[in-house]
Each structure stands twice: as structure tokens, then as C-alpha cells.
Design a protein around this ligand. Structure first.
Ligand SMILES: NC(=O)C1=CN([C@@H]2O[C@H](COP(=O)(O)OP(=O)(O)OC[C@H]3O[C@@H](n4cnc5c(N)ncnc54)[C@H](OP(=O)(O)O)[C@@H]3O)[C@@H](O)[C@H]2O)C=CC1
Ligand SMILES: O=C1O[C@H](COP(=O)(O)O)[C@@H](O)[C@H](O)[C@H]1O
Length: 518
């Protein structure tokens, strides 16, 4: 099988972008703003067209108004240059289409030929499926049967998550899509892979002589990955109640981040080499062998009524479109082991939840403590060294080291030295969706998930889901605004560890040295 590898040109080749789900939430909040940012930065050539597709009727003018409103509300660039705006907007057209109507796809094919001529596009087609997963198969078949894949250029399909509900359903979905598209034409989105600091993990690891030699079980005590959210399920209760935190965040974003931390250096910085290394990590995850093992290593919770910053909040079961006796988890924490030479015995603690006190994504690497025969260790309880990778909302890294307290003999003081990348004036990092759309348009699938990764991640997660189905008695309730069930603290305490504070909520005695002015 041949795969695409990184393409270095900055501006994407001319193409028609088909935005299925153009009237939906994702398009409004993420995809339209991403396209505008790419245009502003000259990363879309002038030879492009975007066709918005959904069932509800819209004129081109109405569609462009929706586009404008979305950009005003969500884009990191302002749409205040009228001339640039009108040049951008004229590339957008709307067509009302039901995914199940193959005739509509034939009309779409004819429209595409006109757009090719109008914008001088060489037949390249990028299909973005911002749709419910049940439509991924039907849309693929109708793209083929409606003649959309007969043009001369390349054809790529970008598929939103969730890719399946478990391994068998993901497999079935993949078989359907694979009847139409080759693996190298399929771009499965995991938007965390498009985040600046997730991509930076490789650079931090492989470009720094003082990290990589220590990056193993001789020196690392544990790894902690936190993806905490303050929001509840918002308007997505219908979807979320069937999914839960494990499938919504665990199977994809959390395991992908874990692979970036744990993978071996790739032989080349090519997409396939990187994905080969990531899938090896997923294959090395120790699957829980029994329901008892799941209960001992995985904690699940659901938020109940509580408050945050003085605001009263409803419990999960009171949210719209959620069952009143729902047992869906809105939180989970797990101890995960990677059974390979590098990581044997090092626990990876992962946790995610909704309605937690802060919105943050952080990775903490905790290094092993110094040997006890060192002078300072005899007299003081030395804090371990930490490397913290901040993904969101602040982007950057800090290291926590021990230093002598100035002016005092034999007194040790923790010092945190931070490089806050997002605090630097002039740095306005691209949104994840911007990078990923640009990558797909350039044919670079490095930061998209390959089928073997998706399948392997489902196998790991399915073991947990199965144990949870059999016995729901371990579901813990936590008040909205708290850090989740206490059982998650015990997961670490059993091994003498604790969750480190996230999002700068550091202990009082730490001296900060930071470019953020903290
Ligand atoms: N929203 C988010 O933050 C995120 C979403 N995702 C994923 O992205 C996908 C889209 O999510 P989201 O935008 O929130 O969903 P929405 O429910 O907001 O939008 C769904 C879109 O699909 C269209 N649609 C539904 N049925 C049909 C049909 N039969 N034919 C044509 N179009 C149809 C709807 O338009 P109409 O009703 O007019 O037909 C609408 O534009 C999902 O897979 C979701 O899991 C992933 C990560 C985050
Ligand atoms: O994929 C998803 O991610 C979001 C969180 O994304 P972030 O970029 O804001 O951290 C989450 O809210 C949503 O439930 C999930 O589907």
C-alpha cells in the first residue's frame, strides 16, 4: 500500500470543498472560521470553491450571511476588509441536498463541473463530512454513484468523529467507506492532533538532549494527562448520552495524546513513519483482563447539581435530551500501562470530565525522586521534577526544579520555569481545524488517524465499556464544579502519587519564572 507523505507547499492546490453538514454547529463554530483564516493567510489559492450542503433550503446569499456571522463570532481574524470579504465569499455556494437522494448528487456533480470552469480548478475534490456517523456510509456510496469521483484530479474525504461506537461498528463503517475511498484518501479527524502543543510534543521530545535520554522507565515515575472542561453537554445531550466521556474523549483525543508522549522516535518525519510508531504504542497498551481489573483501574463519574463561580448548575440527568435515570459517564479517570521496554511499570494516568472547575488540557511528566543519600533529600521532602506541557488554554511548557532558597542554608525551594508560547505578543496560533483542513488539502495525513490506530484504540476502550455495561454500580456522582470522584485520587494515592494542580493552580511555595509576567 502506498501512502501520502508530508507535502511542503504552503498554498493548497485548487479544489472544490464540499461541506456536508453546512448548516450544523461544527461548520458554524469551527469550519467556516478555519476556511477564512486560511484564506487570509494565503493558504487557499484563489482557485477554490466551497459548496455548502444540507437539507434545509438556503439561497447563496443566506448561506454567505451565515458564513459572515460565524466568522464575526468565532474567527481569530476580523472580516473588516470589505473587498477581501467579498472576494472570499464569492467562492461559496449552497445546495440543498438529502444524503439519501442520489439524483441530488448527480446535480452536485454538474454544479462541480461549472465550478471547476469558473474558478479554474483541476478536478480536485475534498469532501468534508460534518455529519452524524450513520450518514458516512450512505454519503460515500452516493458520491460514487452520483459521479463525483469521476473528475480528473484527486479525491479526499475528511471524516468527523466519532468513527464508530465500538470496534465492530467502526470496522463496519470502515468497510463501507473503503468500498469507495482508498485508505490514503481517507482523513479521519481527531482535532487534538491539530493543536499546536500536541504537535509540539515531538519537537520537545526529539529536539532536546536533556529530555529524550530521561524519557523512559528509569527516570519517569508517572505521566498524567488531563482534559478538563467546564461546560456540560450543552445542546449535544442526544449524542452525548449514547456516547459518554470514554467514547467522546477517551478513545480518540486522550489515547492519541498518550501515543504522542509514549511513541518511539520515528525513523523519518514522514506521516506513515509517525503513525507506525503511534500504532505500536496502542498495541502495547495492557488491556484490562477482567471486570475486576477495570473497576480497580478505571473510575467513572457523572456530574450532579452543583455550582461554579457562584452560578448554580443542573445535574447531568436534568440536561436536555438526557435520560432521567441515565448512567452515562461524564467523567472518567484511568491508570493505563504501556507494556514495552521503554515504559514497563510506568503508570499513565488519564482523566477527562465535563463540569470540572477549569478548562484545561495538560500533560505532566513526573520524574523519579532523587536517591535518598543526597544531603538535601535527607533534610527535606524534595518535590519531584516535573515537565508540564500546556496544550490549552495557555500553550507552552514549564519545568519544575529544586533550587536553594536564596539567603538560607540547606533550604530548598521549588522553582517553575515557564515558556508560555501563547503569552508572546504576536503569536496567534492557528486553530486545530485550520491546520487539519490545510493538511488534508495538501495531502498530508500525518495528523489524521489511520484505520489501524482507530481499530486498536477501540479494542482497548471496548474492554472498559463492556465491564461498565455488565455492572453499573461503580458510577460515582460528583457535584458540578468539583474535580470529579474522590476515587480518582485514590488511583494515584495507591502508588504514592497525586494529581498535580493544572492550569497554573500551583502550590504557594513555588517561585515562578515566566515570560507571561506571572
Ligand atoms: N459540534 C462539535 O463541536 C463537534 C462535532 N463533531 C462531529 O461533527 C459531526 C457534525 O456535528 P454537528 O455540526 O455538531 O451536528 P449538527 O447536528 O449541528 O449538524 C448536522 C448537520 O447535518 C445535516 N444533515 C442531517 N441529516 C442530513 C441528511 N439526511 N442530508 C443532508 N444533511 C443532513 C444537518 O442539516 P439539515 O438539518 O439542514 O439537513 C446539519 O447541517 C458529528 O459527527 C459530530 O459528532 C465532532 C467534534 C465536535
Ligand atoms: O471532540 C470533542 O472535543 C470537545 C473539546 O474540545 P476542545 O478543543 O475544546 O478541548 C468536547 O467538548 C466534545 O465533547 C468532544 O466531542
Amino acid at each position: 500500500m502506498t501512502y501520502n507523505t508530508a507535502v511542503e507547499s504552503v498554498s493548497a492546490e485548487g479544489a472544490v470543498y464540499y461541506l456536508f453538514g453546512a448548516t450544523g454547529d461544527l461548520a458554524r463554530r469551527k469550519l467556516f472560521p478555519a476556511l477564512f483564516s486560511l484564506y487570509k493567510e494565503g493558504k487557499l489559492s484563489e482557485n477554490f470553491a466551497v459548496v455548502g450542503l444540507a437539507r434545509r433550503p438556503r439561497t447563496n446569499e443566506q448561506f454567505r450571511e451565515d458564513l459572515y456571522e460565524s466568522i464575526v463570532e468565532f474567527c481569530r481574524y476580523k472580516a473588516d476588509d470589505a473587498e477581501l470579504w467579498s472576494k472570499f465569499a464569492e467562492h461559496f455556494v449552497y445546495m440543498s441536498l438529502d444524503i439519501n437522494d442520489v439524483e441530488g448528487f448527480r446535480d452536485l456533480s454538474r454544479l462541480s463541473e461549472q465550478l471547476d470552469v469558473k474558478f479554474n480548478i483541476p478536478g480536485n475534490r475534498l469532501f468534508y463530512l460534518a455529519l452524524a456517523p450513520s450518514l458516512f456510509g450512505p454519503v460515500s456510496f452516493n458520491l460514487r454513484d452520483g459521479g463525483l469521483l469521476e473528475s480528473n484530479g484527486w479525491h479526499r474525504v475528511v471524516i468527523e468523529k466519532p468513527f464508530g461506537y465500538d470496534q465492530p461498528s467502526a470496522q463496519k463503517l470502515n468497510e463501507q467507506i473503503s468500498q469507495v475511498f482508498k485508505e490514503e484518501e481517507i482523513y479521519r479527524i481527531d482535532h487534538y492532533l491539530g493543536k499546536e502543543m500536541v504537535q509540539n510534543i515531538q519537537v520537545i521530545r526529539f529536539a532536546n538532549a536533556f529530555f529524550e535520554p530521561l524519557w523512559n522507565n528509569n527516570h519517569i515515575a508517572n505521566v498524567q494527562i488531563t482534559l478538563s472542561e467546564t461546560v456540560g453537554v450543552e445542546e449535544r445531550g442526544g449524542y452525548y448520552d449514547k456516547s459518554g466521556a470514554l467514547r467522546d474523549m477517551g478513545q480518540n483525543h486522550m489515547l492519541q495524546m498518550l501515543t504522542m508522549i509514549a511513541m518511539e522516535p520515528p525513523s523519518r518525519l514522514h506521516g506513515e513513519d509517525i503513525r507506525d510508531e503511534k500504532v505500536k504504542v496502542l498495541r502495547s497498551l495492557r488491556e484490562y483482563a477482567s471486570s475486576d481489573e477495570v473497576r480497580a483501574n478505571v473510575v467513572r463519574g457523572q456530574y450532579s447539581a452543583g455550582s461554579m463561580r457562584g452560578k448554580e448548575l443542573p445535574g447531568y440527568r436534568e440536561e436536555d435530551s438526557v435520560g432521567e435515570d441515565s448512567t452515562t459517564e461524564t467523567y472518567f479517570a484511568a491508570k493505563v500501562l504501556v507494556d514495552n521496554f521503554r515504559w514497563a511499570g510506568v503508570p499513565f494516568y488519564i482523566r477527562t470530565g465535563k463540569r470540572l472547575p477549569v478548562k484545561t488540557t495538560e500533560v505532566v511528566i513526573e520524574f523519579k525522586s532523587m536517591p535518598q543519600n543526597v544531603l538535601f533529600a535527607q533534610r527535606h521532602d524534595l518535590a519531584p521534577n516535573l515537565l508540564v506541557i500546556r496544550v490549552n488554554p495557555l500553550e507552552g511548557i514549564y519545568i519544575k526544579v529544586n533550587a536553594k532558597t536564596p539567603g538560607e542554608n540547606n533550604s530548598v525551594q521549588p522553582v517553575a520555569m515557564e515558556f508560555c508560547q501563547s503569552c508572546q505578543i504576536g503569536i496567534n496560533t492557528p486553530e486545530a481545524y485550520e491546520r487539519l483542513i490545510h493538511d488534508a488539502a495538501r495531502g498530508d495525513s500525518t495528523y489524521f488517524t489511520r484505520w489501524d490506530e482507530v481499530s486498536q484504540a477501540w479494542s482497548f476502550v471496548d474492554k472498559i465499556a463492556q465491564a461498565w455495561r455488565e455492572d453499573k454500580s461503580d458510577l460515582k456522582h460528583y457535584p458540578a464544579g468539583s474535580w470529579g470522584p474522590e476515587a480518582a485520587d485514590r488511583l494515584l494515592a495507591e502508588e504514592g502519587f497525586r494529581w498535580w494542580p493544572v492550569n497554573g493552580q500551583e502550590e504557594d511555595n513555588v517561585i515562578w519564572v515566566s515570560n507571561s509576567g506571572k
